[in-house]
Design a protein around this ligand. Structure first.
Ligand code: SAM
Length: 243
């Protein structure tokens, strides 16, 4: 396919990802609800619950897109805290910023256009970093994880919420059917953009499995790395600490 990974080298990946998210930005939220049947809200809620966020914390919601996690963190960290929604894509940032401002999420939120591979923040800045459904789109994941480690405070934690490998064969087959056949059709119908959703399905297939991602996090320095499978491993939440 036009978006197929096999024909795309590393240099092209970044611009292809940019095209995908410019293209889906306006319909991103409605597609998320539709494609996951609303379950992404549960996965995100679980991420917040595992984050240890409290008043006064400084949080980086990386690849934050339309800001679902940012909105939740903003309420928790309060006036003395801060949430930075960082995303490489200005269309996604704009949709996110407009949505959160409409909902009155203001005061402690900042928006920064940034590449996860080279974060424009000082060392030891954040208590918590989250990256939800973002890491698989990043070209150099090791570089991005190292960058996250650098800007995290000692004692801070990283949470990676991402599609992963279903733990059961039956589920895995059903899920492949769904993501390769139903998802692009849905994308075509609702967002008039089957190609982007084909890319999303392929990027999910290519993403490192649970144990591979765990060791990638350990390699850049994260400690006490654990993961929790959600919805039979369709999604996993990885958590690691910097000490
Ligand atoms: N976190 C949001 C959520 O869970 O709904 C948005 C996830 S969306 C599937 C992926 C986001 O990753 C997009 O907004 C995209 O622009 C962003 N992204 C892709 N590559 C990136 C990079 N290298 N650095 C920062 N953000 C990136």
């Amino acid at each position: 396919t036009h978006f197929g990974f096999k024909q795309v080298d590393k240099n092209n990946k970044a611009s292809m990802v940019a095209d995908v998210f410019h293209s889906v930005a306006a319909k991103y939220d409605v597609m998320n609800d539709l494609m996951s049947m609303g379950i992404h809200r549960v996965w995100k809620r679980f991420t917040i619950d595992c984050s240890g966020a409290r008043q006064g914390h400084k949080v980086l919601d990386l690849a934050g897109g339309t800001g679902d996690l940012t909105a939740k963190f903003s309420r928790i960290v309060g006036d003395k805290g801060q949430v930075i929604l960082a995303d490489i894509n200005d269309s996604m940032l704009k949709v996110g910023r407009d949505k959160l401002r409409d909902r009155g999420v203001v005061g402690n939120v900042e928006y920064v256009q940034a590449n996860a591979e080279a974060l424009p923040f000082e060392d030891n800045t954040f208590d918590i970093i989250t990256i939800a459904f973002g890491l698989r789109n990043v070209t150099d994941k090791d570089k991005a994880l190292a960058s996250m480690y650098r800007v995290l405070k000692p004692g801070g934690r990283l949470l990676v919420l991402e599609f992963s490998k279903p733990t059961n064969d039956m589920l895995s087959k059903a899920y492949d059917m769904y993501s390769f056949h139903v998802l692009p059709k849905m994308g075509q119908l609702v967002a008039n953009d089957g190609g982007s959703y084909q890319y999303l399905a392929e990027s999910i297939r290519m993403h490192p499995d649970q144990d591979t991602l765990k060791s990638m996090m350990e390699t850049v320095g994260f400690e006490q790395v654990t993961y929790h499978n959600l919805t039979g491993g369709i999604v996993a939440l990885h958590r690691g600490f910097k000490f």
